[in-house]
Design a protein around this ligand. Sequence first.
Ligand SMILES: Cc1cc2nc3c(=O)[nH]c(=O)nc-3n(C[C@H](O)[C@H](O)[C@H](O)COP(=O)(O)O)c2cc1C
Length: 409
Amino acid sequence: MAKWLCAVCNIYVYNEETGDSHTGIDPNTKVPDFPDFWRCPVCGANKDKLVPILEEEYWQKARTYTNFTEKKEEKRNILVGVDNPLTVPELRQEYGTPLGLRGIGQGLTCLANFSALSKYRLKKRLISKHEDPVIETAFLGKKINMPVLGAPMSSLSYVSNITEEDFAYNILEGCKAAGTVGCTGNTSRDYEMVHPAIMALKKVNGHGINIFKPQSQEVLIDLIKQSEVEKAVAVGVDIDGAGSVNFSLAGKPVFRKTIDELKELKIATRLPFIVKGVMCLEDAMGAAEAGADVIGVSNHGGRVLDSDFGVADVLPEIVKGLRDTDKDERILITADGGVRTGFDVIKMLALGADYVLMGRPLAREAVSNGVEGVKRVLEYIQTDIRIAMLMTSCNTLEDIKDTILIRDR
Ligand SMILES: Cc1cc2nc3c(=O)[nH]c(=O)nc-3n(C[C@H](O)[C@H](O)[C@H](O)COP(=O)(O)O)c2cc1C
């Protein structure tokens, strides 16, 4: 029986023998017999993009993520930017929604992340004393090679052959290997005894951050305590996970949270506490009042609310409002959404973020090329950041201000 791989996202594998109940395909159905409206559950590509893969080839591919040392010499194309509908417009037209691990609804929020970043141009400035840009920094006391962290992601096991634990491990270990820190997401899948994100955290000796969905206070406090035992760098809640489609499909309740509830989570742990999923000043102030150490400005990569703003659109207002009350800059601000290059990274920093999170480009690599793939994307980003800083006369991260940005004309 044949297996088919989606040539667009490089993640989704269809197995003829089992069919795919998720997308309504019965066992033993051949790809040409799929209905025309069928779309890849990962990226929205149509059935024409599925290519047959030989069993042997497939397992060889799968093996590379556990045994990447054999492949060290091999240079692969890095898939950064393949899902940017602005730079690959013909793909957007073909599939309707932005490609790459899908946005919700029409994908407008997902698209807004890319267009918000593209509204800014970088001001090239070169007549100044040459210095090599310093991009090393620290996050919550941990030295990191660049102000970029791996975003929390989960549930890739629904659409690929990777387990939740292996996926989380590949992200955490890949980020660690690149000299930074990664986050784990919170899968809606059932698990036995220990949460896969916590298992992965244990494997990397605590070098990671667990972000949990806004479940009941009891469940959250229990998970947070387990992260604390494994000495996580930080823990947090993605408050916009209240709109998680996967959790509602799995019949697992997720909730909006009050300031008091967030406060209860914050004081339940000695670890730094992150509130991710903030897209307005009111929520930023609420998270600050609850005592959050880090506020994540994010629309979840456009996966929870369609027709939201792009992150780069709302970031400056949130940063300004927050800093007006948080004068000593106690609270750290992260931003994510549509960041595909080091040039995007410095735009987010110039708009006021302290750190930038990357999602889909790392997910793709974590599934198909494992730890080594995640590391390679981050190294590519690191090189880009240096070039971007060099070309805008920024010697240090502190030099990256909104003066390096020009609104597109
Ligand atoms: C497949 C997938 C799963 C995700 N799962 C989670 C999650 O479990 N928790 C969370 O806080 N964010 C989750 N996110 C959102 C990311 O953390 C991040 O906000 C988003 O991917 C950033 O946008 P980008 O992919 O354009 O970089 C997920 C994103 C994707 C693509």
